[in-house]
Design a protein around this ligand. Structure first.
Ligand SMILES: *Cc1c(COP(=O)(O)O)cnc(C)c1O
Length: 436
């Protein structure tokens, strides 16, 4: 593949846009090289400025669950935009979105729309603090909740409970209220709760972690968190920005049958438009302005064009139950195919999959938390990534990201992907025995 136009555009982009990208996950920092500039996409394929065709496993990081340019979504966007892109007044579309979301997700009485997953998570934490009257919250190493200040905190060395800003610009004052625990480790959570008695407003987590590859919750982990929250008067917040409407119609809440107090959504809910949402029971959401005192707002929140896109996609997902079954089947085929190829080439690999979210780690398994994820061979991933790119397969450009399968990834696409991996690993193993 050749990408002179993408290369030129990236050089140009770097002059006016920090790092040439509007979100770091798009840059090829972790794998080296030049990100490709897309012009359009259809189903499982993306097309770049140089006219190359790509099999896409990013899916806009989740929203393209039914494939790109899904006709019902495109139609809804065009029709709504023609009648104005925004009013700054309520519209019936917002009611329809709220009805649809509350109908799909168990235990959701009320929902407030935002413009991103970050906003949804920030707001959910503010609501939890306002509701409980407490300042601190617990998050997990390796989970991502957007770029809000209070989430950009990593565990300090030694004592788990002392958080440090993971980005300059986040104050130590903010860091002291964010406590960091180990994913899938209930003991680490219990210890923090005991050490911060009556101070913890919430525990927030990705019920299926998708921002450190794909790491599912261990048996009993979510139930254990529910119990700890109840014992300590803290709210349980599921950040379903990635897992929501992806791993099941009702997300992790449906799949694992554990009821959180608050939920955050994004990605699929907007079908590729900038949308997020957070919600919970009538009681908890009762504190949100203008009903209650917890302020939360957005000039473009509930934007009509974004709402129509989301409604069109969610309607398809809600009314066609075969979709989730078929997503599961296709994703399992991809998982099996790749596993066989890795085995054939004697590559050390651990993998996790929940529905159409996949994680491959180039290290020994099992991978159940951030310390396991950190063992993945990133250098080998980079070589594999670029190999796949040369075969026309666009994987997420980082060893720490989940891969997304869409409903448009049919048998042909899956076979092409597995064949590409076989070809790449043949090349990688040629020079000096096993690939790793
Ligand atoms: C993507 C993501 C976010 C942030 O959403 P943005 O729309 O990028 O602000 C938050 N939480 C999780 C779990 C995510 O995957």
């Amino acid at each position: 593949m050749n990408y002179p136009k993408s290369q030129a555009l990236f050089d140009e982009a770097k002059k006016r846009i920090p790092g040439g990208v509007n979100s770091p996950a798009r840059a090829f920092k972790g794998v080296g090289g030049t990100p490709l500039f897309m012009t359009h996409a259809k189903g499982p394929y993306m097309y770049d400025e140089d006219g190359n065709e790509w099999i896409d496993y990013i899916g806009s990081w989740g929203p393209m669950i039914l494939g790109h340019a899904y006709p019902a979504v495109v139609e809804a966007v065009q029709k709504t935009a023609a009648g104005s892109t925004s009013f700054g007044t309520p519209t019936a579309l917002e009611n329809r979105m709220a009805e649809r979301v509350c109908g799909m997700v168990p235990g959701l009485d009320k929902v407030r729309m935002t413009n991103s997953g970050t906003e949804a998570c920030m707001s959910a934490i503010r609501v939890a603090r306002g509701y409980t009257g407490r300042d601190k919250f617990i998050k997990f190493e390796g989970c991502y909740h957007g770029h809000g200040d209070s989430f950009l905190i990593k565990a300090g060395s030694g004592a788990l409970t002392l958080g440090h800003p993971s980005s300059p610009g986040v104050t130590r004052g903010t860091a002291k209220d964010t406590l960091t625990a180990d994913y899938n480790d209930l003991d680490s959570v219990e210890r923090i709760l005991r050490e911060n008695k009556d101070e913890v407003a919430a525990i927030i987590l990705e019920p299926v972690a998708g921002n450190m590859g794909c790491v599912p919750p261990r048996d009993g982990f979510l139930k254990g968190l529910r119990k700890l929250c109840d014992e300590h008067g803290a709210l349980l917040v599921f950040d379903e920005v990635m897992s929501g409407f992806r791993i099941a119609r009702g997300g992790a809440v449906e799949r694992y049958r554990v009821q959180p107090d608050l939920m955050a959504f994004g990605k699929v809910i907007g079908a590729g438009m900038p949308v997020g949402a957070f919600g919970g029971s009538n009681e908890v959401m009762g504190v949100v302005a203008p009903d209650g005192p917890v302020y939360q707002a957005g000039t473009l929140s509930g934007n009509p064009v974004a709402m129509s896109a989301g409604i069109a996609l969610l309607t398809e997902l809600d009314e066609n139950p075969a979709i989730y079954r078929e997503l599961e089947e296709q994703s399992a085929k991809l998982e099996q195919g790749l596993k066989q190829v890795f085995e054939k080439h004697q590559v050390t690999v651990a993998n996790n999959r929940v529905g159409s979210m996949l994680g491959f780690f180039f290290c020994d398994g099992p991978v159940v938390g951030f310390s396991d994820v950190s063992r993945t061979d990133t250098e080998f991933f980079s070589r594999f990534f670029h190999g796949m790119l040369s075969q026309g397969v666009y994987l997420p450009p980082s060893a720490y990201e989940a891969w997304f399968v869409s409903h448009s990834h049919d048998d042909t696409i899956i076979r092409k992907t597995v064949d590409a991996a076989d070809h790449v690993l043949t090349d990688l193993t040629k020079n000096g025995g096993p690939a790793r």
